[in-house]
Design a protein around this ligand. Sequence first.
Ligand SMILES: Nc1nc2c(ncn2[C@@H]2O[C@H](COP(=O)(O)OP(=O)(O)OP(=O)(O)O)[C@@H](O)[C@H]2O)c(=O)[nH]1
Ligand SMILES: [Mg+2]
Length: 365
Amino acid sequence: MFKFFKDKLKDAISKFSKKAEEDSEEQVIEEIEEVVEEKVKKEAKKPEPIKEKIKPKVEEVIEKKKVEDLMPKKKSFFESITEKVITKKINEEQFDELFWELELVLMENNVASEVVEKIKQDLKMDLVDQPIKRVDISETIKESLKRSVEDVLSFGKIDLVKRIKESERPFTIIFFGINGSGKTTAIAKIAYKLSKSKLRCLLVAADTFRAAAIQQLEEHGRNLGLKVIKHDYGADPAAVAFDGVKSAKARGYDVVLIDTAGRQHSNENLLEEMKKIVKVVKPNMKIFVGESITGNDCIEQIKKFNSAIDIDAIILSKADVDEKGGAALSISFVSGKPVLYFGTGQGYEDLKEFDKDYVIKNLGL
Ligand SMILES: Nc1nc2c(ncn2[C@@H]2O[C@H](COP(=O)(O)OP(=O)(O)OP(=O)(O)O)[C@@H](O)[C@H]2O)c(=O)[nH]1
Ligand SMILES: [Mg+2]
């Protein structure tokens, strides 16, 4: 995950810092000239000889520009020059120009515009008009970016097993998403995970629309040793879901996992049908399953699903084949809903709990 993004991000940080350093050579000389001129003005009697006298010393300090720890409380004239040489300041205009490269990388890797803007503002606060040690420019940019990303990913986590164990039974979860996003696979993976935590799961085939959808869930049921509640194809999905919950109550199941048909977020009829299922079942949790690789499309989808039925949590499938990862970075920040799991393959064990540190590490930050 994030491989392409990580490499590009590294390049952009390095370009940002190199450019920031390059730009500053001229700026430093100007700033030194200002300090010298001020000193010369103060000693206005014989400006020329003083300037001559100072010149070699200034050159000497410039030579030693990598010297650190020359920041006394009360700065002498030459110390002020040293500080100008070993630190630099980026003004707002320069920042906007320097950030552009990073902005392109973020956008190219599907980071949502809301998140790009937040990162930009955070970096601006940290970097603009702040003295930064020249030798540390790259590290300072990286640290600032890391803090910003950490902030973007700071949403409340849900411990699903704990939540289920603390709730009244059966705990009902309905899975929604567009066609082929990985809903049915995610249900099988979650059922596998919950079963290992000694929770009895009942699967409900409320996708009565797509050919072979019921068989697909039944096959998972057989593999995992779990019962599947089904009606015929074409049946009302809300009725199947209702029947599933009723059965689970009667037979003492802990969890009901309801599969639904894929629906485009632009199809109003299918969104209405989804509202009906929710109204009839009143689930404990509505999970949106989105494909990580679809990037900003995935963000648009959740916005639409969210406004129709108020999603509770997200599963991002196919993270294993997503080299960019912008959706993983942005979806919670933009939707305000937590990512529960990443789907990381087609096997039952390929479900990874969302972990902020894992994302940050994979971004190379
Ligand atoms: N690599 C990878 N493939 C996945 C993952 N999750 C699902 N898939 C594959 O994606 C395809 C679609 O998955 P499904 O679970 O059938 O998707 P769905 O949302 O139920 O599809 P519909 O019911 O048609 O809307 C299948 O081939 C899955 O094996 C994942 O995390 N990684
Ligand atoms: Mg399905």
